[in-house]
Design a binder for this molecule. Structure first.
Ligand code: ADP
Length: 173
């Protein structure tokens, strides 16, 4: 009897946590990974903003990985430089969790274009560390749907559903 009570209370608490948590896919792009101080500053930014780092890994893309990931931009004037850049050196990829993770990480990054970011979001990551509109330091999923798709792209072995259903989501990393 005593045990059952404790158990159901635990489930309630963890269920509420799991509901509030959202996952997003964040990437530190090759321009930033090339500079240890900037990489360190971005790691700090993730931690300061109370994200749970669910998974993280260093990754190097082949050109075909870039082309597959950015297929929607094929034909745009920046496509060639984008796919070359994204396969030019190591990146760091993360599955991050917190409340409103998708919009929070996007807000921290700032707008796509670095020079626009400097005007409209001067404290943002891209404003601070971006080099050009292409070499703009970070990627972040732009919706819950793209987060699912992009998490599967970067971490095919990871199951969002399993993680969400788990009794102890924070400890499944
Ligand atoms: P975001 O990364 O902010 O979601 P997009 O999905 O529109 O932006 O573009 C993907 C990436 O393509 C950008 O992060 C950037 O590296 C590059 N890019 C987008 N627009 C431009 C542009 N106008 N000029 C140069 N590079 C661009």
């Amino acid at each position: 009897e005593g045990n059952r009570k404790t158990d159901s209370r635990m489930v309630l608490i963890t269920a509420r946590c799991a509901k509030a948590l959202q996952l997003t896919l964040a990437v530190i792009k090759p321009d930033a990974v090339a500079h240890p101080l900037i990489l360190e500053a971005l790691h700090q930014k993730i931690l300061e903003n109370k994200f749970i780092i669910v998974k993280s890994k260093e990754i190097v893309w082949q050109r075909r990985d870039s082309e597959r990931f950015y297929a929607e931009h094929k034909g745009r004037f920046f496509y060639q430089r984008l796919v070359e850049f994204m396969s030019s050196g190591p990146m760091w990829a993360y599955i991050l969790a917190r409340e409103e993770a998708v919009s929070h990480w996007r807000a921290l990054m700032g707008p796509t274009k670095v020079f626009r970011a400097r005007y409209v979001a001067p404290g943002s990551i891209r404003a601070g560390f971006g080099l050009t509109d292409t070499r703009n330091t970070t990627h972040g999923s732009d919706s819950e749907d793209s987060a699912r798709r992009e998490i599967a792209f970067f971490f095919p072995e990871f199951s969002v559903a399993e993680w969400m259903e788990s009794a102890e989501p924070a400890f499944r990393a």
